[in-house]
Design a protein around this ligand. Structure first.
Ligand code: ZN
Length: 298
């Protein structure tokens, strides 16, 4: 029977929307989330928000929240609670789920065979589903303490007369922290990062993102109290102006040793059509989503 009143039509359409939902598991927040696809209206609102990175990220975070249901929670959290308690790692899985539900495919990707003798260039359509494999998430959060208070320390020994050491407290960032850091980047810097590194953030922002606080000890005296930098702006400035790139890499490594096993990896295995070599195609879901809105190809 063909439904003849609009209420009935929308009821039927609601069913269709249910079918498109995806269930994902957040490795750090440790709960299941049902995500629903973006609509044309969502898609448009994101496109028009790409005037600056933080406004975009803010809009994206709201959209993610609006498209999530939490079957494991008794009451739906408020948006502020959501961005304070969902980690940046969980957000990647949520973006993947929304991407898969909305677009199904990443579209045609330009690939190059990594075998130096072959180096065949070819195009292949990659489905979002192919990017999740058994080892995409190596570990889930298994500590008693909440990820929001847990941290590891990295000490930078300077041992100069008037500067003894700098201690970085590193932690898995929340969605809120990601928003705070993107506020430090303007649209021109973002474009630059995208074209140079294929990421939204440079190494400076990457380290600022995972830094909870920085304690600076000016002298060796064990009694001396450190100066502490805690705000996103102070931390970002300190790293950008005073920490050399090789040290930034060392500090990020300390973070990765502790936490990267919970960072989801999106990777599809590709086979070269000419020589048959298999190789991984890796992608940052956030960048993939961003590109699909900007219409930029790598
Ligand atoms: Zn090949």
């Amino acid at each position: 029977m063909i439904p003849n009143n609009s209420a009935n039509v929308f009821q039927k359409l609601e069913k269709f929307k249910q079918i498109r939902k995806r269930q994902v598991f957040c490795p750090v927040a440790r709960h299941r989330v049902l995500v629903s696809p973006l609509t044309v209206a969502d898609d448009l609102s994101l496109r028009t928000m790409i005037t600056s990175p933080d406004i975009y990220d803010n809009e994206l975070s709201h959209l993610i929240f609006d498209h999530c249901e939490f079957p494991d929670l008794q009451t739906r959290p408020k948006y502020e609670q959501f961005i304070d308690n969902v980690s940046h790692f969980d957000k990647k899985i949520l973006i993947w789920g929304i991407f898969d539900a909305t677009y199904d495919t990443l579209g045609e990707q330009e690939l190059t065979c990594p075998d130096a003798k072959c180096a065949e260039k070819f195009k292949q359509v990659i489905k979002a589903r192919e990017l999740i494999t058994e080892d995409s998430i190596k570990n889930i959060w298994d500590k008693e303490e909440a990820f929001t208070t847990h941290f590891v320390e990295h000490t930078l020994n300077v041992s100069e007369e008037d500067l003894d050491r700098i201690i970085f407290k590193l932690t898995i960032p929340t969605m809120k922290k990601h928003l705070d850091i993107l506020r430090m980047i303007d649209a021109a810097m973002l474009k630059d990062n995208m074209s140079k590194f294929g990421t939204l953030m440079s190494r400076t922002e990457e380290l600022a993102l995972i830094t909870k606080s920085i304690n600076i000890y000016f002298d060796k005296n064990p009694e001396s109290q450190p100066s502490e930098l805690k705000t996103a702006r102070e931390i970002h400035r300190m790293i950008g102006d005073y920490i050399p790139l090789d040290e930034i890499a060392n500090i990020i490594k300390s973070f990765n040793d502790e936490y990267s096993k919970m960072d989801p990896e999106f990777k599809a295995m590709i086979q070269c059509p000419t020589c048959g070599k298999e190789f991984p195609f890796k992608i940052d879901m956030e960048v993939a989503l961003f590109r699909s809105f900007l219409g930029v190809t790598p």
